[in-house]
Design a protein around this ligand. Sequence first.
Ligand SMILES: CC(C)(COP(=O)(O)OP(=O)(O)OC[C@H]1O[C@@H](n2cnc3c(N)ncnc32)[C@H](O)[C@@H]1OP(=O)(O)O)[C@@H](O)C(=O)NCCC(=O)NCCS
Length: 151
Amino acid sequence: MNIRLARVTDYETLKKIKPSISDRIIEERLSRQEEGKVEFMILEDNNEPVSFVLLKWEGKKTHPEYPDMEDLYTKGEFRRKGYATLLIKECEKRVKEKGLKKIGMAVNPDKNSKVKVFYEKLGYRHDGGKLYVDAVYNGVEDWVIDLEKEI
Ligand SMILES: CC(C)(COP(=O)(O)OP(=O)(O)OC[C@H]1O[C@@H](n2cnc3c(N)ncnc32)[C@H](O)[C@@H]1OP(=O)(O)O)[C@@H](O)C(=O)NCCC(=O)NCCS
């Protein structure tokens, strides 16, 4: 098992994990990574690309004060084997190493209620804020809440 940063040669690797990810999104993330603003992390097992996550050092609009994990994704047939847990733990480790005390992520509590329970098991808690529209995917609003964890 290996966790590493995505590189410009990883477009196909990233699409192997999540076929719907666009070139534009990959390009944008790689350029923000160059600027030191994000870490676009890929997890491989036996050289097989399995999961990725975007760790954003500058947080998100609702919580710019601590880093945020965005677009955590595990390839379909590799789910429920603990890979996303390993990526979350790696993000927490990197945040802690910088001397920062908090990290978070947004989740859609209705559509992704099982994922929310998964995050709660890892110690993430609702920040108490309201539901808000994080993004619109194919015309459908993604209503999320923010979860956070002291590390
Ligand atoms: C959420 C996601 C990243 C988890 O990846 P993963 O590698 O399977 O994660 P792990 O194996 O570490 O843990 C999965 C946990 O999530 C929960 N979970 C996820 N999907 C579930 C389902 N369909 N039914 C029940 N529990 C589920 C369980 O608690 C599970 O742990 P368990 O298998 O020990 O019971 C993956 O399901 C995924 O890519 N989903 C689509 C994208 C997404 O929803 N991302 C999160 C946006 S907030």
